[in-house]
Design a protein around this ligand. Structure first.
Ligand code: PHE
Length: 446
């Protein structure tokens, strides 16, 4: 069989790895504009409640299963199942999770590749290589393929090194850098003309917007994607947590870090957009909403950086470093899901598993790059809007309806001996049993 399993060596290491998984492209290009367009601080407030009421219980379900079973998603779900039928269901859910997360990585790598290309653009400009700079920032299949490969090589490199020397080591370096870059950028952007209008647009609450059910549903979907739920990522990271750790506490720290960094990102993105507006850059789309998603990152912000003169080169460099870090700490958590399975179930050694699985996912990415229009949106929709919620639902069912309640309690008690008398044990079992599955189905059928 395979080598002994890895373990995070410290609480800090786990927190950096798990929050690194959670904080990704979505926090930066989706959350801020969504908040600004949908009630500002009122949205933030609602999002915080949803994240803690619905996404946190599902996160805990994954962390607890993982740490109990100390295994990859397939084996872990099998371990907590009783009877033939549920075991079959466990294997199915585990596999669908592995396939889903691999497809998520295949589109994520494309977008992350753009971030690396834009990261090199200011360097090329500084060196006076205008032709190269234009090539780097022009959307084309050749450029996209090249940077998909670069990004996947980085991801495979980190995962090959294992839990402690790969994931933990790099997340512990990259996440603090991300926070520092983010704070520096916020401070700088807030000094520019127009920035305060952005802050106002972001933060002034409008409670009339947040009662909209469609908005609640989309906010919940966002919270699930943002906390990397449903596909076994948090389960696998949970399987590397020491038995001494207090799970409810570290789970809530991960959720807080994720939401906290999303909120901070808004204090950069919205002011930056209004500075851009002030400098004559278009920030609204045809429907009159704020431009979000890829358009925000690869056209609005670069246009802003260009109006800033020479300091703009530095700002662009820092910003795309931030985006690349956010992507990489998420992509490693995605690749770890199939790799852990390959290593533990088939006894393949880790570097080999990482390279082979990474190569397969790279090929899928390249197929998408060369057939972008029919495939990209399709893959995004199926993985994040169909598969992820259904898998999240299945995880809740496994924990609350199939797994023995006593085993769960015993597991949480390691590291948290008084849990039985605390608030967590009073609320959480009820939540994963009834509220989470129903809420997920509601989102799904929307
Ligand atoms: N949470 C990541 C983000 O916000 C995406 C992700 C989804 C990561 C699923 C792992 C698994 O970008």
């Amino acid at each position: 069989m395979a080598a002994p399993r890895g373990e995070f060596s410290s609480r800090f290491g786990f927190l950096m790895a798990a929050s690194g998984s959670a904080v990704g492209l979505g926090n930066i290009w989706g959350f801020p504009t969504n908040a600004a367009s949908n009630g500002g601080a009122a949205f933030l407030f609602t999002y915080l409640i949803l994240a803690f009421a619905l996404a946190y219980p599902a996160l805990m379900a994954e962390l607890i299963i993982g740490r109990y079973a100390r295994a990859n998603a397939v084996t872990a779900l099998k371990t907590i199942s009783v009877g033939e039928k549920t075991r079959l269901a466990a294997v199915t859910v585990g596999f669908v999770g592995i396939i889903t997360v691999s497809f998520i990585l295949s589109f994520y790598a494309i977008v992350s590749g753009w971030m690396i290309a834009f990261f090199f653009d200011p360097v090329a400009r500084l060196l006076g290589m205008e032709g190269l700079a234009t090539w780097l920032t022009t959307d084309a299949a050749v450029r996209n393929s090249l940077f998909v490969v670069v990004f996947m090589v980085l991801t495979v490199f980190i995962i090959s090194a294992g839990v402690k020397d790969g994931i933990e080591k790099w997340a512990s370096r990259l996440m603090p850098s991300l926070i520092i870059i983010l704070l520096l950028l916020i401070v700088y952007v807030l000094t520019l003309p127009g920035a305060l209008d952005g802050l106002r647009a972001y933060l002034i609450p409008d409670f009339s917007r947040v009662a909209d059910p469609a908005l609640l549903v989309s906010a919940m979907g966002q919270a699930f994607f943002s906390l990397s739920l449903g596909v076994g990522t948090m389960l696998v990271y949970g399987s590397y947590i020491s038995k001494r750790e207090n799970l409810p506490t570290i789970g809530s720290l991960v959720a807080l870090l994720d939401v906290g960094i999303a909120v901070l990102a808004g204090m950069l993105i919205l002011p930056a957009m209004y500075v851009a507006l002030n400098n004559g850059v278009q920030i609204y789309d045809e429907a009159g909403g704020l431009i979000a998603g890829p358009g925000l990152i690869v056209s609005v912000l670069p246009a802003l950086f260009e109006t800033m003169g020479s300091i703009g080169v530095l700002v662009a460099f820092a910003f795309f470093a931030l985006m690349t870090i956010a992507s990489l700490t998420s992509s490693i958590s995605m690749l770890e899901v199939p790799v852990a399975y390959g290593v533990e179930h088939h006894g393949i050694d880790r570097p080999k598993a990482a390279i082979v699985i990474g190569a397969v996912i790279t090929v899928i990415s390249l197929i998408i790059v060369f057939n972008f229009d029919p495939l990209f949106d399709l893959v995004v929709t199926y993985t994040t809007e169909v598969s992820q919620p259904l898998l999240g639902f299945a995880f809740c069912i496994f924990v609350a309806w199939i797994w023995r309640r006593n085993d769960i309690l015993e597991e949480i008690k390691q590291g948290d001996p008084d849990v039985e008398s605390g608030l967590f044990w009073k609320i959480w079992p009820f939540y994963v049993k009834y509220i989470c599955p129903v809420a997920i189905l509601v989102v799904y059928f929307q």
